[in-house]
Design a protein around this ligand. Sequence first.
Ligand SMILES: *[C@@H]1O[C@H](CO)[C@@H](O)[C@H](O)[C@H]1NC(C)=O
Ligand SMILES: *[C@@H]1O[C@H](CO)[C@@H](O)[C@H](O)[C@H]1NC(C)=O
Ligand SMILES: *[C@@H]1O[C@H](CO)[C@@H](O)[C@H](O)[C@H]1NC(C)=O
Ligand SMILES: *[C@@H]1O[C@H](CO)[C@@H](O)[C@H](O)[C@H]1NC(C)=O
Length: 318
Amino acid sequence: MFSFPSFSTILILFLTKIPSFPSQPTPFSSRLLDSTLQDHAFQSFPHHRSKTGTIYTGNVPVNLTGITISALRLRSGSLRKRGYNGYKEFNIPKGIVENPYVKRVILVYHNLGNWSQVYYPLPGFLYLTPVVGLLGYNADNMTAKGLPELDLRAPEDPIVIKFETLKVLGNGYSPVCVFFDLFGGVVFDHVLNGSVCSCVTQGHVGIVVESSPAPVPAPAPEHVPEYPIAGGDGGGGRGGRNRGWWVGGSVAGGVLLAALVVVLVLWVRWCRGTKRIEKMTVAADHGVPLAVAAVGRAEVPVAMSTRTKPILESEYVT
Ligand SMILES: *[C@@H]1O[C@H](CO)[C@@H](O)[C@H](O)[C@H]1NC(C)=O
Ligand SMILES: *[C@@H]1O[C@H](CO)[C@@H](O)[C@H](O)[C@H]1NC(C)=O
Ligand SMILES: *[C@@H]1O[C@H](CO)[C@@H](O)[C@H](O)[C@H]1NC(C)=O
Ligand SMILES: *[C@@H]1O[C@H](CO)[C@@H](O)[C@H](O)[C@H]1NC(C)=O
């Protein structure tokens, strides 16, 4: 008997064709944000006698409330020789090199708080931590705006990021580290010691968990509760916090809806073809070779228009 290939098989075929996570064009450009935050972090240094090796806290524009930034100025030589332990979540190892070489660097720290999901949307994932970032700049001109980042690398030991707060989920969830470089690249990695990530270049890091198990119709879809981002220390209204998830949710929802529409169209076509395929099944029983065409990744027999019309079983029965 002909049986319709499982609905979920087709769904999965289509879902796997959705490109994973390239840097989607969003109205919230993370690079524009980097630039804005560089400018504001530099302004946090006292105009006279600002010290190297001291962490200064910056102010963000009102419309970015929820993000926190800091700036730390270090001599390149000292950074390379000693690293810097405990710059917020970041433990910077010794051996860091910057390119081009500068005498002093300013390391700008970002904690995107409730904006993490907005600037670094990851459809299908929930953030268990805020996204934090570390970017290096030339310290020569403390009033410079729109500075390009230096190319910072940790060729010996990796930069280690220790998150203090991590939303704890029930069993069955496996948190992963996600690292965003400055060029739109996204890398997933294991979480170490429960809440530690590492990276070898500058960029942004967070811990995420997959939020949407494969949306198969049956069994009943698992209910995944929405967890707010583990916000730094800011209070923040619940409504505001949930908005980030809402944006991510609607993106994921849109993708899913598109996939479903495609599947539905296929399904209708498939149903129309069922009768024809039944004919071919009969033909196959009688030893007539069948043409095979690729539908998705499954090979399905397809009737050739030139082939002689097969005799239907029903014609004998009735
Ligand atoms: C914040 O306001 C500035 C103007 O003060 C504007 O240029 C910028 O685009 C705004 N950013 C966001 C994320 O709304
Ligand atoms: C520093 O940057 C500011 C703003 O871009 C610029 O006006 C100024 O000339 C620069 N100073 C030096 C010494 O390059
Ligand atoms: C993980 O924890 C162990 C024991 O507390 C410690 O020795 C190790 O350095 C930690 N690793 C990281 C990457 O923090
Ligand atoms: C984050 O929280 C602040 C208040 O703490 C709010 O003003 C801001 O709109 C929130 N941002 C987002 C993206 O929800």
